[in-house]
Design a binder for this molecule. Structure first.
Ligand SMILES: Nc1ncnc2c1ncn2[C@@H]1O[C@H](COP(=O)(O)OP(=O)(O)OP(=O)(O)O)[C@@H](O)[C@H]1O
Ligand SMILES: [Mg+2]
Length: 244
């Protein structure tokens, strides 16, 4: 908590300690200092307890979202997500849902110098699931893509976001491909473990929560390095009645 804004320490610290102590988890907002430019940025952090069959806590998993200017908008969306106890099971169009995520974050991506190339299918079958949770997954992957490209020259900072129908497996696939550092050799599975991070102020929870959302939809989320550099994250969600 050393880098937390002094004005936020007392309230956030209390929520954090109480959440861990009681096992109920926590949702807290606080400003953290970014080492690179010594500015404070708002983070929304949330963690929930994972329990074994006997009810004992095995670990906490959670997520952290940060953004300087659009934070209140993101927080509003996250509140909608976290207010829900059970994932929703509503039919929705994945391309439309993905376009909404882009509307939310495209100005931030531009500000970070990221060129985004959407390649969306127009004839996707309906997916049944929790639209907001899956939007959160896409947002997390886009944020990670941006963060992986901070050292990529501006002219090459591209992210390709695709949606497509995989007829053979009756699933909808979304991919997020960036032109960043790529994933260290042998780490394409390890990065999905909670608290695995290479970032000074990362929590290492984003991908763990994203994978649990995909699995709650009987889907899969995995990563690979692209032959031309950078990485590709794949989310595959079965359509109603399909297999992942
Ligand atoms: N697009 C990517 N390219 C290269 N490495 C990545 C990419 N996405 C994730 N990683 C690696 O996986 C690690 C874990 O990612 P994850 O999103 O779980 O946590 P984080 O981004 O470090 O922190 P946070 O909990 O704030 O999201 C990152 O620290 C980074 O090393
Ligand atoms: Mg992340």
């Amino acid at each position: 908590m050393a880098a937390m804004h002094p004005d936020d320490c007392e309230a956030a610290g209390k929520i954090y300690c109480e959440g861990i102590r009681s096992g109920s988890g926590f949702t807290m907002e606080a400003r953290f200092l970014r080492a690179r430019d010594r500015t404070y940025r708002w983070h929304l952090n949330r963690a929930v307890a994972v329990r074994d069959a006997a009810g004992n806590i095995i670990r906490f998993v959670g997520t952290s979202i940060r953004d300087a200017n659009r934070v209140s908008e993101v927080i509003t969306h996250l509140r909608a997500l976290f207010a829900k106890k059970e994932p929703a099971t509503d039919p929705f169009d994945m391309t439309e849902a993905t376009e909404e995520v882009l509307a939310l974050c495209s100005s931030d991506l531009q500000r970070k110098g990221t060129q985004l190339r959407p390649e969306f299918a127009t004839d996707l079958p309906v997916v049944v699931g929790d639209r907001v949770q899956l939007q959160q997954v896409i947002l997390n992957l886009l944020m990670n893509a941006c963060e992986a490209m901070v050292t990529t020259p501006l002219s090459r900072r591209h992210t390709v976001l695709t949606t497509r129908f995989l007829a053979a497996s009756e699933a909808v696939e979304i991919t997020v491909q960036d032109n960043g550092t790529g994933i260290a050799a042998g780490d394409t599975e390890r990065i999905f473990q909670p608290f695995v991070t290479t970032k000074a102020h990362g929590l290492g929870l984003g991908l763990a929560i994203c994978r649990s959302v995909a699995e709650a939809h009987h889907g899969v989320l995995w990563a690979e390095n692209a032959p031309e550099g950078g990485s590709i994250f794949h989310i595959k969600i079965p359509i109603a009645g399909g297999q992942p």
